[in-house]
Design a protein around this ligand. Structure first.
Ligand code: UDP
Length: 466
């Protein structure tokens, strides 16, 4: 019998850095069953339930190895999420090295595929005779910006947000400096240093695998293929999204959706860890109520740091207690609120859902694209503002609410964008374009489709090495 082709994948910390690389691994072994994947899983403390759940659903040819968990107290406190993950991954690197040594001692592995924040593992590839790849679970626009950042850094003396002109990354929709990913918003910060280091390291990988597809990001993907550029080969293999729920939480909302009219419900979620301030939560609640539209809202306890619920869970507090007084009673016929977590795939797949107010995390973005649901884009942090530009100005499938001078999206603005998406002619056109993108996504993934072919090329290259 043919020996399996072995590869190792190395996620970084947190559900949203684990799930995408596992979905990629699943797609690889589904299309190429002779592959075997060893997934080396780091964690801080015990794994969160959603991460545990996803590890339990892996096929037999994906083998997870759980590293000894890092203690949160081993990390300096008060760090940003970017630096926290970066420092934690640095502490975990010796365990990764040890595990690679042990798994390759009997069974050669031809390649490693690492999450962006596990980039230091790329330096170990040579020692174990492996090729090194980065899996970028975000947009090609983000990847292009990563490649462009070292140049932009050299050419710019001010903060990017103070640039008088838009930033023109090759092939991408030009965007304002304020929309550049958050680590680059303060060039003196540690976050920025980490990002630059990461971008420079990417350039020396053997290849970059990106979860996007041609119809969604034609400009950047074409530019990335330009022969003249000194980039590693880029493999667009998306959109890879999970196809079922990985948690039993919030399933009762599906029964409520069953009773609603087709396309009538706005789904609201800020991803796996996004939060808004108490004031913003009040505005959102009032905006939803005033819009008179049906809604399904995943509510998380408010916090002024947008990414507060990321690595640490804030489960103990009931998020519903932060809603405006009487809101639940007044809107009981209009909407449903779910604390913290919804079965997002089932929700987006449901015919009653006609729009998605999203923080523009790339997974949520692709899940919406695959299910043809147009968007209200409400970016919070990371590269989400750039994703909002791709969606609203690139493929024009979303509307972005205006943020007032006080930093809030006010209730009147919320009503306006909801009406635009759910009632207006503009919203109808966005819906139509999103449906077309959904068809393009299906085509990219079918046999002979662009993303399937790209993944097969990569698999063949690895197989030849085995
Ligand atoms: N998700 C979910 N239910 C929720 C919130 C999020 O299933 O209530 C899933 C969602 O389907 C997506 C992921 O969590 O797969 C969020 O990833 P994304 O990249 O959109 O945002 P992030 O969590 O990285 O900010």
């Amino acid at each position: 019998m043919e020996k399996p082709t072995q590869i190792a994948v190395i996620p970084s910390l947190g559900f949203s850095h684990l799930a995408p690389i596992l979905h990629f691994s699943k797609r690889l072994v589904e299309l190429h069953p002779h592959f075997h994947v060893t997934c080396i899983v780091p964690s801080i403390g015990s794994l969160p339930p959603n991460s545990k759940a996803i590890l339990q659903t892996l096929p037999p040819n994906i083998n997870p190895i759980l590293l000894p968990p890092l203690n949160l107290n081993d990390l300096p406190q008060g760090l940003s999420i970017v630096v926290q993950i970066h420092q934690a991954m640095r502490l975990i690197m010796p365990s990764i090295h040890q595990t690679l040594k042990s798994i390759t001692s009997n069974t050669p592995h031809v390649a490693m595929v690492v999450d962006a924040f596990a980039y230091e593992a790329l330096d170990l590839a040579q020692e174990f005779n492996m090729l090194s790849y980065v899996y970028v679970p975000s947009s090609a626009t983000t990847l292009s910006t990563d490649f462009y950042l070292p140049k932009l850094d050299q050419e710019t003396s001010c903060e990017y947000r103070d640039l008088p002109h838009p930033i023109q990354v090759p092939g991408c929709v030009p965007f304002h400096g304020t929309d550049l990913y958050s680590p680059a918003q303060d060039r003196k910060s540690e976050d920025y240093k980490v990002s630059l280091e990461l971008c420079n390291r990417f350039l020396r990988a053997d290849g970059i695998i990106v979860n996007s597809f041609l119809a969604l990001e034609t400009g950047p993907l074409r530019a990335l293929k330009d022969k003249g550029r000194a980039y590693p080969p880029v493999y667009p293999i998306g959109p890879i999204v999970k196809n079922d729920t990985d948690s039993a939480q919030g399933l009762e909302c599906l029964t409520w959706l069953d009773k609603q009219q087709v396309g009538s419900v706005l789904y609201i979620s800020f991803g796996s860890g996004g939060t808004v301030s108490q004031e913003q939560m009040n505005e959102l609640a009032c905006g939803l109520e005033l819009s008179n539209h049906k809604f399904l809202w995943v509510v998380r306890a408010p916090n002024n740091a947008y990414d507060s619920a990321y690595l640490s869970k804030q489960n103990c507090v009931d998020p519903l207690q932060f809603l405006p007084s009487g809101f639940l009673e007044r809107t009981k016929e209009q909407g449903v609120v779910i604390p913290s977590w919804a079965p997002q795939i089932e929700v987006l797949r449901h015919s009653s859902v006609g729009g998605f107010l999203t923080h523009c995390g790339w997974n949520s973005t692709l899940e919406s694209v695959v299910h043809g649901v147009p968007l209200i884009t409400w970016p919070l942090f990371a590269e989400q503002r750039m994703n909002a530009v791709v969606l609203c100005e690139g493929v024009k499938v979303g509307v972005r609410p205006r943020v007032s001078e006080n930093g809030l999206v006010e209730r009147e603005e919320i009503v306006e964008v909801i009406k635009c998406l759910m009632e207006g002619e503009e919203g109808r056109k966005m819906g139509k374009r999103m449906k077309e993108l959904a068809v393009a996504a299906t085509n990219a993934l079918k046999e002979g489709g662009s993303s399937t072919k790209t993944l097969s090329e990569l698999a063949q290259l690895w197989k030849n090495l085995a």
